[in-house]
Design a protein around this ligand. Structure first.
Ligand SMILES: NC(=O)c1ccc[n+]([C@@H]2O[C@H](COP(=O)([O-])OP(=O)(O)OC[C@H]3O[C@@H](n4cnc5c(N)ncnc54)[C@H](OP(=O)(O)O)[C@@H]3O)[C@@H](O)[C@H]2O)c1
Length: 279
């Protein structure tokens, strides 16, 4: 496993397991235990995913010491006005007495109020780092300029088609770690893995196209959280630490960027409008 250092000195694994749509209680619990067995240490969940209790069941059963784990959850925007209570509930459901990272899931509603609750829990030592998700650089700068704690992390959609180069430049400047979600575009961009340039690189290293994509983003400095509930894919997605792409290969892959988010573009008015109907 490789690690990054956050702006407050906290060490964070650079690869973890995503759990969005991992909603079958038994399968989710089993997947977490299997992931921990094959070397995953970071688990990414959210209040909105409805699986914190299932993950908590696995965490209660694992032999991996708590200090080796890195547990991330996100505050749902409907909880912003009751943020503190919601985070304490997440801790109870996850069966932990502290969280490694808590993020504002979406920049909707009273985010300032939520951020102040998060700053307080951070000051009390209940959360080791606080951050945001789905923030473009403009919102990130606003939050930084008018609050005390600079977010440690911004989790945004990042994959071959949406590489977030401009946002990443801003995040580097602001000292905010780029955490990428949807590294496989949630299964919506499967044709891309047959691209001849990509398959040639994969063949050279005896890896799959998806492993090359993960490696590409790892070398860009992004924290990755591919989701799977499939044991073979769990192993495939973590087996990316024994090869290194050349600068030319990195350039080839960076040219595949279309700057087109597929899942969560917070600047899309239709998406913001539709959030009023989200649960
Ligand atoms: N902050 C946010 O707003 C936000 C939004 C979306 C996601 N996230 C986080 O980011 C994580 C990852 O994103 P995501 O789940 O949306 O999408 P993703 O990781 O891009 O894609 C997951 C899909 O790819 C499949 N898959 C995984 N590994 C594979 C492999 N090696 N070969 C072929 N197919 C594979 C999975 O199927 P199987 O499970 O059947 O293997 C699943 O259908 C989430 O789980 C969540 O933790 C955050």
């Amino acid at each position: 496993m490789e690690y990054v250092k956050l702006n407050n000195g906290v060490k964070m694994p650079q690869l973890g397991l995503g759990t969005f749509q991992s909603n079958d209680a038994a399968l989710c619990e089993q997947t977490i235990l299997e992931a921990l067995k094959v070397g995953y240490r970071l688990i990414d969940t959210a209040q909105g995913y409805g699986n914190e209790k299932y993950i908590g069941n696995a965490l209660a059963r694992t032999d991996v010491p708590r200090e080796e784990l890195f547990i991330v959850t996100k505050v749902w925007f409907r909880n912003h006005e009751d943020c503190r209570r919601s985070i304490l509930q997440s801790m109870a459901d996850l069966r932990v007495d502290y969280l490694d990272l808590v993020l504002i899931h979406w920049p909707f509603g009273d985010t300032y109020r939520a951020w102040r609750d998060m700053e307080a829990l951070y000051a009390e030592g209940k959360i080791r780092a606080i951050g945001v998700s789905n923030y473009n650089a403009d919102r990130l700068i606003d939050l930084i300029q008018y609050n005390k704690v600079v977010p440690a992390v911004n989790q945004i959609e990042t994959n071959l088609q949406s590489q977030q180069q401009e946002n990443r430049e801003w995040m580097e400047k602001l000292g905010v770690q780029h955490m990428g979600y949807g590294p496989f575009g949630q299964g919506r961009i499967n044709d891309i893995y047959d691209d001849p340039a990509l398959t040639a690189i994969a063949a050279k290293y005896d890896k799959t196209s998806r492993q090359v994509v993960l490696r590409f983003m790892l070398q860009m400095g992004v924290v990755l959280i591919p989701k799977t509930v499939n044991p073979a894919r769990l192993r495939e997605n973590i087996d990316i630490f024994d090869f290194e792409l050349t600068p030319t290969e990195m350039q080839t892959l960076s040219r595949m960027d279309k700057s087109q988010p597929l899942i969560g573009n917070p600047q899309n008015p239709a998406l913001v409008e539709s959030s009023a109907k989200w649960g």
